[in-house]
Every structure is written in structure tokens, then in C-alpha cells.
Design a protein around this ligand. Structure first.
Ligand SMILES: Cc1cc2nc3c(=O)[nH]c(=O)nc-3n(C[C@H](O)[C@H](O)[C@H](O)COP(=O)(O)OP(=O)(O)OC[C@H]3O[C@@H](n4cnc5c(N)ncnc54)[C@H](O)[C@@H]3O)c2cc1C
Length: 738
């Protein structure tokens, strides 16, 4: 039984309201198709009617001057009383004469047993009298009174009560009266979240809503599929068969089998597009790499954390694949150079000083706004020095050992920020280093039992993995390992910028040059190509473009930052540490980012104790030049300072992501020469033939696997749209196959 603030209940109420109103207006010769407007805006009469009703009727609204909150629900800005006055006139003329019949019709459509005094607008008003229109840093999921549908929208990283810009672009006619769209959208999302392991079927969804909204529901459903908001991930296809479901067979080449490439490939295959993925390495996953070479123990050499697990789409993949995720505790006790734990008060003091300094640094942005390339490091260091001075002057308990411990703690926090940015803060933009904060995903961080690579394997399920057989392939979707893409011939000119004419379909043939492990080079024609290689690969121009990439694209590629991060992973006989995550201070700022944090990854690896420690910028380069045993010894030195009798590790892994030809570093950051917008430019396609995905194309979720995954879905959606894919035709295929 739908509850009173259920979108479906409202859809039935709205439908009954509209049917009745149309009938009555027709009978009484009222306005027909032309609806009353307030100012320049169309009014959502259902919302208007129900909000007036919930406030006790138009007389009450008038007497108690309640038109303002109603106007807010109608998304009108009422500044002048005249607007309230005109709203009242509209009500009196177009709705009041039919009040009784409308009430009866609407009430009949609601389930009487679930109807309460707090009917429709209350669900919105209960959110503090205001709809949560804007994204905020506050925790949405923590709100107790979120309904199932609202929660589904939040989990999908969408605004509950406001259309997103992309939605407005797709449904411009609903922008002024978005509640109908939002109810349908949130209803569909809710159905998807009820069981993410099953493909949601359009006709099943459509059959749940009133008839007058069938067409709109279908369109919103198609939109949500294309946006990768429903029906994404690992939905059980055992094998994608030879496909030419679409009227015109299409072939898309994807460069790179990291999580971005695989996410896109899966989406495209699921709507009947033939996909070939070329991957230079002999393995899948790129920067996701769970190594199992030692006794089958999973050790994460690349990504290991699902960040913001609740809203993270990778959490859905875990559910679909029945993988266990374990939350990582947030607390991170710190050990000082003498091996003792830093006292809590000192730890908190340092954290407070550091966070205050970051806040102050953000406030100082306006002071530097006329200078272009100011680094976060240059300003933050000055602010931190001032803060330390202030503390020294004001503190009654200050003594030399406290001051030097505080300095070491501050250096630790700098290292931690350099880990997040994968860069020396001297290279990071003062203005935009935290531009993605508003979209930070909610929930803690989690690891995956058995390793991250299981996600990659899950996404690759159903594809043939072949090292050869390029010509003879049976039109099956394939992943070609050990195939390095050398060049891309795209005949079109960029259509979105001033350097060329719009691309016409007939001259948009793309040919991808691929070199296989035996050095033979083959040419693969396709309708379009999706490039998902890491930013550094593009910066080093390892792939040639004919014609060359346009200037704006090259500039974005070159000016966005791409930094380093490495790991030393140690497998031990037994656990000798006490915390899931712990930090180690360093004597010298010249070593602050070397082995400054340790993660217990035993829960990921099963029973075998594994400790993972990090080497961050600016110390990545010198450690990549050192031999494995030197790096391991440096890490062991830090552990031996903290724990007595540290056993010899049974196995060690040292990563060198920056020297890796196919990665060249860890992840992107907003450099002094770039802004958040650079990510958007990175994501722009060239005409409708060359598309870009990957972590460094995600403005909202850069650096992360989630960002990479979502960017793959984003580009798959663009390709579907440009290739005019019939999503519902593909859906009927899935249905028939079941
Ligand atoms: C040490 C480390 C730790 C990290 N920790 C986390 C974490 O805890 N949580 C998190 O969310 N993120 C983490 N990240 C970041 C995360 O791993 C990446 O953001 C994500 O995996 C990027 O995916 P992608 O598909 O964009 O790129 P990639 O995974 O790099 O995939 C690109 C693929 O392109 C291939 N390729 C390159 N050149 C060619 C060519 N010429 N032809 C064909 N193929 C080519 C590559 O081999 C690669 O497989 C970490 C990264 C590193 C390095």
C-alpha cells in the first residue's frame, strides 16, 4: 500500500485531478489547453490545489498570509504581494469553483486508509518547511524521514526535489513544473533499488503508473537507462551473443580495459551494440589490480577503498556480485618517532590547527584572485606557520618537545593531503583543489573481501577474452588483451568548437590502429571510439591522432595534473599491529610522505595478515628508482620503530605506477594551471566519433574508481544517443532471453 508521501500515490492523485479538471473546464467552457500562468511561469495546478488544501483552504491561506510557502512549493519567487494576489486570483477563478469535485476525485484516488491530514505537501514541508533544493555538505542519508523513493534518489546522487541540469536539458517542457517528472523519476529509481540484481523492465514500470503518464514514464525510463542510473552493472548476462539487435549494426572500439572502459562496454553491449575492447596489458583492470601471485592471497596493488560506500555505484556492483564489503574504521591513531602513540589531545590540537589553516586558506582565495597560477602549498604553508606562531604565543603549556611533535603532526597532515591529491601541494591549484567537495559521496570507506579486481572480472563477464583472432571474430563482443592502440584516424572535425565544421555521419568513419604482442599492426574500422587510457598516456602522446587533437583538447590534457602514489604491501605470518589504520610521524619534512600511513588489509585478503603502506608525492620518484628490498627495508624501519620484534615479511610487493608505461602515475589532480572545468573539457567528445572516459574526465568524482566507472556509463549514454540506439528494442531482447 503506497504511503501518503509516496510518489505513486501522488501520480494517481495528479491523474485524477487532471482528468476531473479537464472534464469540468470543458463543461464550463474554461481555458482548454491554455493554462493559467503566474508571471511568466506555468503553474502546477495539482501542487497548487493540494497545498492550498493542506493549509486549510484559500480563505485560511489568505487570512494567514500563507501564499509564500505555497509559492515556494510552486517554485515561484514571490517578492511582491501582487504576485501572491495574482496567485489567489488564479485559484479563485480556475480552481475554487471545482473544489468539491476535485477533492472527491483526488481523495478517491488516494487510498483512504493511508490518507492523513498530512497529505501531499507535508512530505515536502516536513523537511523543515523547505524542500532540499540545493546540494549541501550535510548528510542527506542521515535524515530520518527520507522516504524510500527519496532515498533512492539520494543513493543515485540526485537532488530529491529538484531537476538536475541534465534532466532539465532532456525534458525542457517540465522545467517549470518539475514535480511530475520528479515523482516518476524517483518512483522508477525506487523500483530499481528494490532489487539491483535484476534488470528493471520498462513495460512493468509503465504499468504501475496512471495511463496518462505512460508515455512520459517510458521516456524517463529510457533517459535513466541512458544516464546509467538504472539497469547498470553486472546483471547476469552469461555471454553477450553475436549482436546486431539494432536496425543498423554498430561497432564501437574501446581503448583500455580499466573500470571506465569495462563499464562503458557492458552498457553498450546490453543495448545491442557490438564492442571491441583493446587493452595493452595482459590483464584487465588497469589501476585496479588485486595481485594473487603469492599463495592466492589477494593483495591490492592499486585501488583498495570504495570511497563513500553508500552512494558509491561500486557498492551496487558488490551487491550484484554478492561480494562482502567491510567498512574501514575512521580513526587513525598516530605513532611518533619514538614509537609511542601521540597523546589524543596533541593529536586533536594538530588536526584542529591544520583544518583551521585549510579553512583560512580557502578564505584567502579572493586575495589572490587576480593571480592565475597560485599553489595551495604556497599559501597553506604561510598560514600554517602563522597558526603555529599564534599557538606558541598563546599556549601556556608549550614546551620544546610539544612544539616539535606538533610540527611533525602538521607535516603528517600535509602528507595525507598530498596522498589525496597525488601531488606535492606546490603543484596543486589554490582555487580549485577541492572543487569536487560538494559531490563527496556519503558513507564511510570500505574494502572488498577478496579484492577489487572481482569487480573488474564481474564487469568483463560475458565478453570473450582473446589474444588473437582479430579478423575471424564472430562479431562477438571481445576484449583483446596485449593489444596496444597506437593511432586513431578520425576523419571528422571537432563540431563543438571553432576549429571545424560539424561532423557528418557519412564522413565520421574511424579507424583504430592496434599493435598486438607479436608486433603486427592491424586496422580496425568502427563507428566511434571511446578512449579510457590514463591521463599520462594522453599527455605523453603515446597514441597518435589523425588529424591531431584540436588545440583546446590538447591544452586540457596538458594542463590537468597527474601525480604519483605507490604502495609497499607486506604479507606477514601473524598480526602484530593493533589498529586497522595507523599513521607514523617522520623526523624530517623530507620524508613526510614515505610510509606515513599503514592499512591493515587482512579482511580483504582473508586470513593472511597484510599491511599496506604508502609512498606519496613528492617522494614517489626517488622510491621508484630504488630497488624493492631498499623500499621494503625503509618501510620495515618505520614499523620497527613502533613495534618490538617485527617479524620478517613472508612476501612483499612494491609498486611503480609512475614508471608503468600504461599508467604513468596514480591519478589526476587540479594543477596550478587548471580548474575544475578542465575535467569537463577532458570529457568533451570530438564530434560524435571520439569519446573520452576515465577518472581524469570526471569533474565530480575525479581520482576514484567510482568516477572512472560513472564516466564510462556517461560516455556509453552519449554514444547510445548519438547512434540513436533503440533502448526498448534491446530490452525486449533481454526479456525474451530470460
Ligand atoms: C596506488 C593507487 C591507489 C589507489 N587507490 C584508490 C582507492 O583506494 N579508491 C579509489 O576509488 N581509487 C583509487 N585509485 C584510483 C583508481 O585506481 C583509478 O581512478 C581508476 O582505477 C581509474 O580507472 P580508469 O578506467 O579510468 O583507468 P585505468 O584503470 O588506468 O584503465 C586504463 C586502461 O588503459 C590501458 N591502456 C593504456 N594505454 C593503452 C593503449 N595505448 N592501448 C590500449 N590500452 C591502453 C591501461 O593498461 C589500463 O588498463 C588508486 C590508484 C592508484 C594507482
Amino acid at each position: 500500500m503506497p504511503c501518503c508521501d509516496d510518489p505513486l500515490t501522488r501520480l494517481y492523485g495528479r491523474s485524477a485531478f487532471e482528468d476531473t479538471l479537464e472534464k469540468l473546464w470543458k463543461q464550463h467552457g474554461a481555458p482548454g489547453k491554455k493554462r493559467p500562468r503566474c508571471g511568466n511561469r506555468e503553474l502546477d495546478l495539482y501542487v497548487f490545489f493540494e497545498s492550498v488544501r493542506s493549509f486549510g483552504g484559500i480563505v485560511q491561506v489568505h487570512e494567514k498570509r500563507l501564499m509564500q510557502p505555497i509559492a515556494e512549493l510552486l517554485r515561484l519567487s514571490l517578492t511582491a504581494t501582487s504576485s501572491g494576489y495574482s496567485l489567489r486570483l488564479i485559484y479563485l477563478k480556475w480552481l475554487q469553483p471545482y473544489e468539491k469535485q476535485l477533492e472527491e476525485a483526488v481523495d478517491q484516488s488516494y487510498d483512504n486508509s493511508s490518507r492523513s491530514e498530512t497529505l501531499w505537501p507535508q512530505c515536502v514541508l516536513s523537511l523543515d518547511g523547505k524542500a532540499p533544493r540545493k546540494r549541501s555538505h550535510g548528510s542527506h542519508l542521515a535524515q530520518e524521514n527520507l522516504t524510500e523513493a527519496q532515498k533512492a534518489a539520494v543513493l543515485s546522487r540526485l537532488c530529491v526535489n529538484e531537476m538536475e541540469p541534465e534532466e532539465q536539458e532532456e525534458f525542457p517542457l517540465l522545467v517549470e513544473t518539475p514535480d511530475l517528472f520528479l515523482d516518476i523519476r524517483n518512483h522508477i529509481l525506487r523500483l530499481w533499488y528494490r532489487d539491483v540484481s535484476r534488470r528493471l523492465n520498462c513495460s512493468d514500470v509503465v504499468s504501475t503508473v496512471p495511463k496518462r503518464y505512460h508515455e512520459l514514464t517510458k521516456n524517463i525510463f529510457i533517459y535513466l537507462v541512458r544516464q546509467g542510473l538504472i539497469n547498470f552493472g553486472c546483471l547476469g548476462e552469461k555471454q553477450f551473443s553475436s549482436l546486431s539487435w539494432q536496425q543498423k549494426p554498430r561497432h564501437v572500439v574501446i581503448v583500455g580495459a580499466g573500470i571506465a572502459g569495462l563499464a562503458a562496454a557492458r552498457q553498450l553491449c546490453s543495448v545491442g551494440i557490438r564492442v571491441s575492447i583493446f587493452e595493452a596489458r595482459d590483464r584487465l583492470g588497469g589501476r585496479i589490480y588485486t595481485n594473487t601471485s603469492y599463495n592466492n592471497i589477494p593483495v591490492e596493488l592499486g585501488a583498495m577503498l570504495i570511497t563513500g560506500v553508500e552512494q558509491n555505484p561500486l557498492n551496487i556492483l558488490c551487491k550484484q556480485l554478492n561480494l562482502v564489503v567491510e567498512l574501514v574504521p575512521e580513526e587513525c591513531p598516530l605513532y611518533d618517532v619514538d614509537g609511542c602513540l601521540v597523546p589524543k589531545e596533541l593529536d586533536m590540537l594538530a588536526e584542529g590547527i591544520f583544518n583551521d589553516a585549510l579553512e583560512e586558506t580557502a578564505k584567502m582565495r579572493s586575495r589572490y584572485k587576480d593571480q592565475k597560477h597560485v599553489s595551495l602549498g604556497s599559501v597553506l604553508n604561510k598560514v600554517l606557520e602563522d597558526k603555529m606562531m599564534q599557538w606558541k604565543e598563546n599556549s601556556t603549556v608549550n614546551n620544546c618537545s610539544n612544539i616539535s611533535a606538533l610540527r611533525r603532526l602538521i607535516q603528517w597532515h600535509i602528507a595525507n593531503l598530498e596522498y589525496a591529491c597525488a601531488s606535492d601541494l606546490e603543484n596543486v591549484s589554490l582555487f580549485d583543489w577541492d572543487q569536487d567537495d560538494p559531490w563527496a559521496l556519503e558513507g564511510g570507506n570500505a574494502i572488498i573481501k577478496g579484492g577489487f579486481s572481482q569487480l573488474v572480472q564481474g564487469l568483463a563477464k560475458g565478453f570473450k577474452k582473446t589474444w588473437h583472432d582479430l579478423e575471424n571474430r564472430n562479431q562477438d563482443p571481445c576484449i583483446f588483451l596485449c593489444h596496444e592502440v597506437k593511432a586513431i584516424h578520425w576523419s571528422g572535425k571537432d563540431s563543438t568548437r571553432d576549429e571545424g565544421k560539424p561532423v557528418k555521419r557519412k564522413d565520421s568513419i574511424v579507424v583504430v590502429e592496434v599493435q598486438s604482442s607479436d608486433s603486427t599492426v592491424k586496422e580496425v574500422p568502427c563507428d566511434c571510439v571511446l578512449i579510457t587510457v590514463p591521463l599520462r598516456v594522453l599527455q605523453e602522446e603515446s597514441i597518435c591522432f589523425y588529424p591531431p587533437l584540436p588545440k583546446w583538447k590538447k591544452e586540457a590534457i596538458q594542463c590537468l595534473g597527474f601525480g604519483g602514489l605507490n604502495k609497499v604491501c607486506l604479507v606477514f605470518e601473524h598480526v602484530f599491529w593493533k589498529h586497522s589504520v595507523f599513521g607514523a610521524l617522520s623526523d624530517s619534512p623530507n620524508q613526510r610522505g614515505e610510509f606515513y600511513i599503514f592499512w591493515d588489509m587482512t579482511k580483504c585478503s582473508g586470513q593472511s595478515p597484510v599491511l599496506v603502506t604508502m609512498i606519496c608525492e613528492p617522494f614517489v620518484g626517488r622510491n621508484e628508482l630504488a630497488k624493492d628490498d631498499v623500499c621494503v627495508q625503509r618501510a620495515m624501519n618505520v614499523l620497527e620503530r613502533i613495534f618490538p620484534n617485527v617479524p620478517e615479511p613472508k612476501e612483499c610487493f612494491v609498486t611503480r605506477w609512475s614508471s608503468d608505461k600504461y599508467t604513468g602515475g596514480a591519478y589526476s589532480f587540479v594543477s596550478k594551471n587548471s580548474t575544475g572545468k578542465t575535467y569537463d573539457i577532458m570529457a568533451e567528445s570530438l564530434g560524435d566519433v571520439v569519446y573520452f572516459a576515465g577518472e581524469a574526465t570526471s569533474r565530480r568524482y575525479p581520482t576514484t574508481c567510482a568516477g572512472a566507472f560513472l564516466s564510462g556509463l556517461r560516455e556509453a549514454g552519449k554514444i547510445m544517443r548519438n547512434l540513436k540506439v533503440d533502448i526498448l528494442q534491446a530490452e525486449s531482447k533481454h526479456k525474451r532471453r530470460k
